[in-house]
Design a protein around this ligand. Structure first.
Ligand code: UT7
Length: 325
């Protein structure tokens, strides 16, 4: 049986130029390189320059993904941008990116699911393609997350960074089996009962300010490992595949200990886990495509490989996408 599959045609990413090392963080808050590395695996993060906005990072990543896909930007009929740090409350940052690409047709909109944003955006894009609503979708995760940080709070400000990643998804044909290229299954979840564990203490409707990130790290950690393992098992059950079939695990890059714990829980060997958190910290919605692009460009992920993506973030929100490259 012939079915429509959403195939990744290209991938790209962008990190701002300014590197802030753990050593530099010790001049800002009471912390040490040892503490940050031991508890999180983070060595450095990037911070966007003054006047450099989420749309700028997104546009750079988008251009790289379009070039990698070898398509003309005009072929894109939908742009979905996941971000928690839009340039403005409105219009959507996706529309600014659309304009930057010289596209004046189709739809462009933002998705807000914090660190799970890219997984949410990819799932929406897949649904659009499979139901015939779109043919070529640019999916972006982009953040200037450091602009939400309280630089006096050492429990959060050492963790996050800025960056962007993007993929171009195109409509392809498959046989309806797990041997098909493209997205094989996608699963999304949210549960607001624990929203106070990770949130921003401001917003247009409540305080008319942007607010700062607040997190009970230990609680988030505890739920992250369980929720992520659950959604991975859900993806495997939906496809009849097993952990042994997975070639590459590309998780949300929040904390190396969470990634190690999750891999262990589902029985994945450490060498199959793509870990880039050390180089850019937690970049929220940008982290999955940043890690994905790294493993593609360095030759680890090859055509035909089975790739598992997942994320968990504020809300809580979490989800997984299983695809064949
Ligand atoms: O992307 C969205 C999802 N977010 C996450 O997945 C983050 C999940 N949570 C985590 O990654 C970890 O919980 C953290 C990295 C945030 C914290 O690690 P932890 O091992 O859970 O540490 P903790 O919060 O239990 O704190 C341990 C100690 C505390 O001191 P006391 O109370 O034991 O004296 C903290 O005050 O470490 C202290 N501490 C620090 N020390 C040096 C907290 N932040 C720092 C710091 N430098 N930056």
């Amino acid at each position: 049986m012939s079915i429509i599959r959403s195939v990744v045609a290209g991938c790209g990413s962008y990190l701002p130029a300014r590197i802030v090392t753990n050593q530099e963080m010790t001049t800002i808050v009471d912390t040490t390189d040892d503490w940050i590395v031991e508890r999180t695996g983070i060595h450095e993060r990037r911070i966007a320059a003054e006047g450099e906005f989420t749309s700028h990072l997104a546009l750079n990543a988008a251009k790289a993904a379009i070039a990698d896909a070898g398509i003309d930007a005009q072929e894109i009929d939908t742009i979905i941008l996941a971000t928690t740090t839009p340039d403005q409350t409105f219009p959507a940052t996706a529309v600014t990116v659309q304009m930057g690409l010289g596209i004046h047709h189709g739809a462009a909109f933002d998705v807000q699911a914090v660190c799970s944003g890219f997984i949410y955006a990819l799932t929406i894009a897949d649904t659009f393609i499979r139901c015939g609503q779109a043919k070529t979708v640019l999916v972006i995760g982009a953040e200037t997350f450091t602009r939400l940080l309280d630089w006096t709070d050492r429990t959060t400000c050492v963790l996050f960074g800025d960056g962007a990643g993007a993929v171009v998804l195109t409509a392809g044909e498959g046989e309806g089996t797990t041997a098909d290229r493209g997205i094989l299954t996608a699963h999304l979840h949210s549960d607001g009962r624990l929203k106070e564990k990770l949130y921003v203490d401001g917003g247009p409707s409540t305080t008319q300010t942007t607010g700062h990130v607040r997190m009970e790290g230990r609680e988030v950690f505890r739920h992250a490992v369980v929720n992520i393992a659950d959604t991975i098992n859900e993806a495997l059950a939906a496809t009849g595949l097993t952990a042994a079939d997975i070639d590459w695990f590309v998780p949300h890059q929040a904390n190396k200990r969470i990634l190690d714990g999750t891999a262990k829980r589902i029985g994945l060997p450490p060498e199959k886990v793509v870990i880039t958190v050390g180089q850019h910290g937690n970049t929220s919605a940008a982290s999955v495509p940043l890690a994905l692009d790294t493993a593609i460009k360095d030759g680890r992920i090859k055509r035909g490989d089975l790739v598992l993506l997942e994320a968990m973030g504020g809300g809580f929100t979490w989800g997984s996408v299983l695809l064949r490259w």
